[in-house]
Write a protein that binds this ligand. Structure first.
Ligand SMILES: [Fe+2]
Ligand SMILES: [Fe+2]
Length: 215
């Protein structure tokens, strides 16, 4: 009896539940009927918002990449980026130990600039160097990029008011300046001279394309 009652009550609960479920379903259908309209509008607005955001981001990237792309051929684009990087180093070296926020922002900016630059070189220029039988230079330069990342890691991790901060930046700047000088004075001119106009134009296109991805 208890079992039957229990069963019954279970059944009854089950019926109630299923009744509720039915009710919920129908309410939910009603909600869906409305919400289709609502969520349709919301989805539409979200898509429009996302499209605006994507367009804004593409515009920002185009503007950022355009800044260096406007400089001309691939070697000029990369040399302009070297100059921009040196300017960030100099701003960092002009800070004092109390300017921790400014240092944090500048280290972020330096990290982004060098990541983007390394991406362009490692995905386009160094492969082209290896194809031109200059693998030794490509491997040496790519190895130095590894140390660039190590300096960036150290600077990002280091307390920005540390007395070691500026000596580390100075050491880092020396490495990047020597690396950039080797690229600009020896490696890039040699590669450029050995390539046809079309091949150089292709490298310029690819450098800008890779830069756009990282802008
Ligand atoms: Fe490099
Ligand atoms: Fe470079």
């Amino acid at each position: 009896m208890a079992t039957r009652t229990s069963n019954r009550s279970n059944n009854s609960r089950s019926n109630e539940t299923s009744g509720n479920r039915g009710g919920n379903r129908s309410r939910s259908n009603e909600r869906s009927a409305f919400s289709w309209g609502d969520s349709g509008a919301l989805v539409g607005a979200a898509i429009a918002g996302a499209a605006i955001a994507v367009a804004a981001n593409l515009g920002r990237k185009a503007a950022m990449q355009g800044m260096s792309a406007a400089a001309g051929d691939w070697d000029e684009v990369l040399a302009a980026e070297h100059d921009m990087t040196m300017m960030i180093f100099d701003k960092l070296l002009a800070t004092d130990d109390a300017q921790t926020f400014k240092r944090t922002m500048l280290v972020k900016k330096l990290t982004h600039a060098l990541d983007k630059h390394a991406h362009e070189e490692e995905h386009v220029v160094y492969p082209a160097l290896r194809e031109a039988n200059e693998a030794h230079d490509a491997d040496l330069l790519e190895g130095e990029h590894g140390y660039v990342k190590t300096f960036l890691y150290d600077l990002n991790e280091m307390a920005k008011d540390s007395p070691e901060f500026l000596p580390k930046v100075r050491e880092f700047r020396t490495l990047v300046a020597a690396h950039a000088q080797m690229e600009e004075e020896q490696v890039f001119p040699r590669l450029k001279q050995g390539l046809s106009e079309e091949q150089n134009a292709r490298i310029t296109t690819l450098v800008n394309k890779e830069g756009f991805k990282m802008a």
